[in-house]
Design a protein around this ligand. Structure first.
Ligand code: SF4
Ligand code: SF4
Length: 357
């Protein structure tokens, strides 16, 4: 969880230092000991293509020079890299605020020692269920629930700042209430002003174009059933939807409206610098030179990108709550302006307007 002071600092920097990569998501590997049904990236790169520890360390130094504050180690399962400790230590020594995304499953005694001596700013742990059956129907690894839970308890015992997130899909949505209650009991609840539980129902095709994860998506009635399991969740969801239904702003023909590319970047296991985790459009090799000019050049390309069709997404008043962004559309529909039917249904349903014909 970000403290009020850190959020204020970040907002000040965002308003004064546009187009600076304040946050970098480093996808250290797409390998993972799990084989999740919904995974968008597993095994979409080969280990021999991954940057070495010294290349990642060099990138960290250059990110620091470029003005970066936040580093998130993600994957795949970043912690499962043998040289994770070496890369992580460098990030901490350079003074970054470090977040680690993990399932907890590969955490070893050596990792516990590392995090005790050099705690991450926060650790975000994906939890797929409150019991082995649902959890392992997602991960497809027998015994994974027991081991992951044991490691999460060990991480908690270290006093680390942990937040739990639950990817929700057909295989596990009936566990939502139990996972939320468990997370709040162990890691704090919104009522205590600690928001250490989040969930994510968005499932995308794999980066290699395989759409098989999409069959695990929740449709509106299942989402309603899921949210009904927790009295706060439905209210939070409705509040977020209302505040995000806003008229489309900015340049009318602008293709990308999300703006996150102004202050964040992603670097994939092969060293491609991207503005979005789901696309390599406008990406470039992080290389050896200064990162800031390359980041800003990429940003200029994103900012200039224009629509070239009369897609209904261009003027849609639901864009603020719709997950059918150009990157997701390119991945799923083969064209960045084609509405993704699933997201279109969800957006209309969430706004209470019924399902579009
Ligand atoms: S834990 Fe994450 S990276 Fe690993 S297979 Fe599951 S979704 Fe993919
Ligand atoms: S997919 Fe549908 S709801 Fe989403 S922006 Fe496009 S037209 Fe609007």
């Amino acid at each position: 969880m970000r403290t009020a002071g850190v959020v204020a600092l970040e907002n000040r920097l965002l308003s004064s230092a546009k187009n600076t990569p304040l946050t970098a998501y480093l996808e250290l590997t797409y390998r993972c000991p799990f084989n999740c049904v919904h995974c968008y990236c597993k095994n979409t790169s080969s280990p021999k293509d991954e940057l070495s520890a010294s290349e990642w360390k060099n990138l960290l130094v250059r990110l620091k020079r470029a003005g970066c504050l936040w580093i998130t180690f993600t994957g795949g399962e970043a912690v499962s890299r043998r040289d994770f400790e070496e890369i992580y230590r460098t990030a901490k020594e350079l003074g970054f605020l470090v977040t680690v995304f993990t399932t907890g499953y590969p955490i070893s005694k050596a990792h516990l020692d590392l995090f005790r001596s050099l705690p991450p700013y926060t650790m975000e742990i994906s939890v797929y269920g409150a019991a082995p059956r649902a959890y392992e129907s997602v991960t497809r690894v027998p015994g994974s629930f027991k081991r992951a839970m044991s490691n999460i308890r060990a991480l908690k015992a270290q006093g680390l700042n942990i937040s739990i997130k639950m990817p929700c899909m057909t295989a596990n949505y009936r566990e939502f209430g139990r996972v939320k209650a468990w997370a709040e009991k162990n890691f704090g609840s919104l009522r205590e002003n600690i928001y250490n539980f989040s969930y994510d129902c968005n499932i995308y095709p794999r980066l290699d174009g395989d759409t098989s994860p999409c069959k695990y998506r929740l449709y509106p009635e299942q989402r309603r059933e899921m949210l009904a399991q927790d009295r706060d969740a439905r209210a939070e969801h409705e509040c977020a939807v209302k505040s995000d239904v806003v008229p489309v702003g900015g340049r009318k023909t602008a293709l990308y409206r999300c703006n996150s590319w102004r202050s964040q970047l992603f670097i994939n296991p092969r060293g491609r610098m991207k503005f979005c985790m789901f696309t390599e459009k406008f990406s470039r090799q992080a290389g050896k030179a200064s990162l800031l000019p390359a980041f800003r050049a990429m940003g200029r390309q994103v900012a200039r990108a224009s629509t070239c069709t009369d897609s209904p997404c261009g003027t849609c008043h639901l864009r603020g709550i719709c997950y059918s962004c150009p990157a997701a559309a390119l991945l799923e529909m083969g064209h960045q302006e084609t509405p993704v039917p699933y997201f279109c249904v969800l957006a209309h349903e969430a706004a209470g307007g019924g399902v579009p014909q």
